[in-house]
Design a protein around this ligand. Structure first.
Ligand SMILES: [Zn+2]
Length: 68
């Protein structure tokens, strides 16, 4: 689960994308969360609750740029 997330964070989901990559950048946070596949650029929209549930971990926080 990913409890804490912000716009611009790079996250890993429990399931990798169909293209084989598993790095997603958060491009919108609201009632829904939009994430963009860093490899193929595909954008996926999830309910906030689904995002939290399907998220695995944060790879990179936008603010600090440090590895999680
Ligand atoms: Zn992809």
């Amino acid at each position: 689960m990913i409890q804490q997330f912000d716009l611009g964070d790079v996250v890993q989901m429990k399931k990798p994308h169909a293209c084989g990559s598993n790095e997603w950048t958060i491009i919108r946070v609201g009632a829904d969360v939009k994430i963009k596949c860093d490899s193929c650029g595909r954008i996926v929209m999830l309910d906030r609750a689904d995002f939290v549930r399907m998220g695995k971990k944060t790879l990179k926080k936008k603010e600090t740029g440090t590895e999680a």
